[in-house]
Structures are given as structure tokens and as C-alpha cells.
Design a protein around this ligand. Structure first.
Ligand code: PNS
Length: 168
């Protein structure tokens, strides 16, 4: 049987309801969707890769054809190793387009057999990003409805821990 596998790559630091909206859409289109967390990112993450994977696994548990994995190195190499010919990315607004276009062309150059598929998350998530969620939470704002409750709980635990004074 011919199955279509897609990789949904990202930092997911942390997963947002916009990401999960895209997972739901992708899960309907592809036989197998592998949400894949980049391990060797240059970014300074708030959550470890293991924590991000755990949150993604909990957040995507309702989708039987969705898996969560990690990768390092080139995305197209990981896609090839997984037998995937599609990369799924979300475009929230025109501001995302330029960066996504560059990545899609670079990935095509690296492996012309991998196609990038863009989907739009629901309009209610068009301004939601992991970066803004972290910023709003850090200064005491509500992120309810923007991330799953399990992420809010983790953000709370992380904040409580970082407020504990370091031992002398
Ligand atoms: O959520 P992000 O941070 O926008 O995701 C970016 C990601 C992980 C998709 C991108 O950085 C990536 O694919 N990195 C792996 C390295 C790679 O293959 N680079 C070439 C494509 S530009």
C-alpha cells in the first residue's frame, strides 16, 4: 500500500494551539505525520528537547497517525530516512512567507524529491507564536487559549522553579 508520510518540523518551544491546529489539518491529509523537533538549534530554548517532545506527545495523543520525533542535521536527510516526501509548514501571515519560501527552496535544492506543503492555521491563531507566548507569560499575562493547559502548567512550574533562590 502506498502511504504518504509528512514531516512537520520545528522548534516547538513550546507547542502552541496554532501548531496543534496545523497538526490536526495535516493528520487529515497525510497517512503518517511526524512532528519533528530540531535538536541542534542555535536558539536558546526555554524547554529541553525532552520536555518539548513530552508536551507534543501529550498534545497530539488524540491523533493515531501522528508521531513525535527529534532530528539533527539536515531536515531533508531526516525526511529521506523516514521515507517522507513532504514537509509541512504553517504560514500565519505574509510576514512568515519570505523565510518559509527561502527554506522551501533550499530544501528543494538539497533534495528535489521532498515537497514543502504550506497550510494556514485557523485565523484565531494567526498572531500566536512560541516566542510571544513565552514573553507574555514571563511578564504575567494570560496565555490561556493560546497554548494547551499542559503547557501553561509547565510554564508555571518553570517560573516557580526559577524564582527559587539559588543556594549560596
Ligand atoms: O520552528 P522553527 O524554528 O521555525 O523551525 C525551523 C526548522 C527546524 C524547520 C529549520 O531550522 C530546519 O529545518 N532546520 C534543520 C536544518 C536544515 O535542514 N536547514 C536547511 C533548511 S533551510
Amino acid at each position: 500500500m502506498h502511504t504518504v508520510t509528512a514531516i512537520y518540523p520545528g522548534s516547538f518551544d513550546p507547542v502552541t494551539n496554532g501548531h496543534l491546529d496545523l497538526v490536526a489539518r495535516g493528520a487529515k491529509l497525510f497517512d503518517r505525520l511526524i512532528v519533528s523537533v530540531l535538536r541542534n538549534s542555535a536558539k536558546n530554548p526555554l524547554f529541553s528537547v525532552a520536555e518539548r517532545v513530552e508536551m507534543l506527545r501529550e498534545g497530539t495523543a488524540a491523533f493515531p497517525n501522528v508521531e513525535v520525533a527529534t532530528f539533527e542535521g539536515l531536515l531533508v536527510d531526516f525526511a529521506r530516512a523516514q521515507g517522507a516526501h513532504a514537509v509541512l509548514r504553517g504560514i500565519r501571515a505574509i510576514s512568515d512567507y519570505e523565510y518559509e519560501l527561502q527554506m522551501a527552496h533550499m530544501n528543494r535544492r538539497l533534495n528535489p524529491e521532498v515537497e514543502t506543503i504550506f497550510l494556514m492555521p485557523d485565523a484565531q491563531y494567526s498572531y500566536v507564536s512560541s516566542r510571544l507566548v513565552k514573553e507574555v507569560f514571563r511578564v504575567g499575562g494570560s496565555v490561556e487559549g493560546l497554548v494547551p493547559q499542559l503547557v501553561i502548567d509547565r510554564l508555571g512550574r518553570r517560573a516557580a522553579r526559577s524564582e527559587t533562590p539559588m543556594p549560596p
